[in-house]
Design a protein around this ligand. Structure first.
Ligand code: BTN
Length: 251
């Protein structure tokens, strides 16, 4: 268990390939709660084998945790911390939302994401946030289902990356301590509270073809007590998914 008022060891690098890899390759293994921050990544990785373009101006960090069970809880927990952090620097008129399982969206554009990976001694939670990135840095993602945006584009100004990092880590470790003490239930509640897609029509794709190779359209109901996504289909069926992604949603 992390102690109350836990203060993490934070190691800051100018440039690394991937903060997740730096943490996973540390020998001896890092202490619980160790954070690696990089000003840029040369081989930043996103989910599903995608590239996470990581030039200077973004926030790239990874946290080491000694958990080895229910690793699917962690991206949801980190997503709440990320969405709350992003909302804290934007006007209330901007709709910040988590998107299952590991994205942070603002007005239907992706501003940040989470990549959790296990290693022999625990789990690495990698978080990327487009802070001071200009449109040219995000061009790679403009044809994605959800184009990328940044805090700089949204606020038309620069935000101090160290400040946003402190807010994010404080929220993350507070949520993690609560998770250690009370389990997933408060995270499930907060995740749904920070999700603007509940009750909306979504299109969902499952990489394992559980949707018979076709995208499934239905109403997003939220997540269950294991973090699984729940959809009500037009046929009056309620279905649960443990992997896959929301590829489209309607306001
Ligand atoms: C996604 O939305 O696809 C997940 C993006 C995760 C990016 C972060 S940046 C810090 C950490 N290091 C990586 O190589 N990836 C994660």
């Amino acid at each position: 268990m992390l102690p109350e008022n836990f203060i993490p060891v934070i190691k800051v690098f100018e440039s690394v390939e991937s903060t997740n890899d730096t943490l996973r390759q540390m020998s001896p293994p890092p202490e619980e709660g160790t954070v690696i921050v990089a000003r840029e990544q040369t081989k930043g990785r996103g989910s599903r084998g995608r590239v996470w373009n990581s030039p200077k101006g973004g926030l790239y960090l990874s946290v080491f945790l000694k958990v080895q069970k229910r690793l699917t809880d962690l991206p949801l927990l980190a997503g709440v911390a990320l969405a709350q952090t992003v909302q804290s620097v934007l006007s209330k008129a901007m709709i910040v939302s988590v998107k299952w399982p590991n994205d942070c969206m603002v007005n239907a554009k992706k501003v940040g994401g989470i990549l959790c990976e296990s290693c022999s001694t625990g789990c690495v939670v990698g978080i990327g946030l487009n802070v001071n990135l200009a449109a040219e840095h995000l061009a790679l993602y403009q044809n994605e289902a959800f184009p990328a945006t940044s805090i700089k584009i949204l606020t038309e100004g620069e935000t101090n990356i160290d400040d946003i990092q402190s807010v994010l880590l404080k929220k993350f470790f507070n949520l993690y301590r609560m998770y250690e003490q009370e389990g997933f239930s408060p995270i499930q509640y907060l995740w749904e509270k920070n999700c603007a897609l509940i009750g909306k029509k979504i299109e969902f794709r499952d990489p394992n073809w559980a949707t018979e190779g076709r995208p499934l359209t239905g109403t997003f109901l939220g997540i269950d007590e294991t973090g699984a996504l729940m959809i009500a289909t037009g046929q009056g069926e309620r279905r649960k998914f443990y992997s896959g992604e929301i590829v489209c949603y309607w306001p």
